[in-house]
Design a protein around this ligand. Structure first.
Ligand code: PDD
Length: 285
């Protein structure tokens, strides 16, 4: 059965969904996106994704008129029609179709809106058993990583570089500090029991999973700090993990061929993951 997708007001089989070659998302990466996890056929942290979507649209001055309720009902219909029990919904909004010009179009253009679903095992992620191995690399992305744009080529190139040498992911470094992962935020647990994640700035995406983890861990026995950390801090840490909507919390056991802690997924990381899943399950939409 073909996958049902959404394009500009219509639900269509994926093979029938076509976008203009003049779309600014295609020509200039002039588009923003969100990826929302689905578990038990329901959306995870929906409000957070909506708020960030509105922020990204505002920062790029994309005039988008659909309401939050309309967006929610499109998400729900796609989950239902594609029978997604666990996976994700991808949403992308570009400025729309216009004659190619670096300046934004003067006349009014309709944004292009696309949604599709993907099945994915999020809860029983195979990488949980071994943990992920990452490499570091310079963060050469543009300076507004806080906007969730589809301009992802550098992250994609570096992820491939990691895979090509048998690793799982890349953590970016700027001015000696880790900014974030290729498509995730990063945490370490120091030997004295402090959970540390980089503070928010234009250099990182304000992750929805990151935000929930910070909230849920307030009630744990861990001290939580939002501040930058270095590769040396990671090598000296007890545990490390990355987090995103498509992995939740994923233990990281090695950076640049150096074991983190005992080189196995950390017990606090796995406990935080359970805490995270229990909590988000109470707030599914
Ligand atoms: N990526 N940082 C970057 C650069 C990301 O691309 C993502 C998410 C995150 C984590 O954000 P959140 O917790 O809101 O998913 C951090 C998604 C999953 C993607 O591009 O597929």
């Amino acid at each position: 059965m073909p996958r049902l997708v959404y394009l500009n007001g219509k639900f269509l089989p994926d093979v029938e969904a076509h976008i203009s070659i003049f779309d600014r998302g295609f020509l200039f990466s002039d588009a923003v996106y969100e990826v929302t996890a689905v578990i038990d056929k329901k959306l995870v942290s929906w409000e957070g994704h909506l708020n960030r979507l509105r922020y990204s649209l505002k920062e790029l001055n994309i005039d988008f008129t659909k309401t939050n309720d309309e967006l929610l009902s499109i998400h729900r219909k796609l989950i239902e029609q594609n029978n997604i029990t666990e996976g994700l919904v991808y949403l992308q909004i570009s400025r729309g179709k216009a004659e190619r010009d670096f300046a934004f179009p003067i006349s009014e253009v309709e944004p292009t809106i696309v949604l599709f679903t993907q099945q994915k095992k999020i809860i029983n992620n195979q990488k949980l058993l071994s943990g992920a191995k990452v490499i570091s690399c310079p963060d050469l992305r543009w300076g507004r990583a806080d906007i969730k744009t589809v301009q992802l080529l550098y992250a994609s190139m570096m992820k491939q570089k990691a895979l090509d040498i048998g690793k799982d992911d890349v953590w970016f470094v700027k001015n000696n500090f880790i900014t974030e992962g290729s498509s995730n935020n990063t945490f370490i647990l120091s030997k004295n029991g402090t959970l540390i994640t980089n503070s928010l700035s234009p250099q990182i995406l304000p992750g929805i999973t990151r935000k929930s983890i910070l909230e849920y861990s307030k009630n744990s026995d861990l001290i939580v700090k939002e501040k930058p950390f270095t590769i040396e801090d990671i090598k000296d840490a007890r545990e490390a993990f990355s987090c995103s909507s498509t992995t939740f919390i994923l233990p990281v056991v090695e950076i640049d061929d150096c074991k983190i802690g005992d080189g196995c997924p950390g017990e606090h990381t796995l406990r935080l993951r359970r805490l995270y899943i229990n909590n988000v399950k109470k707030e599914l939409i």
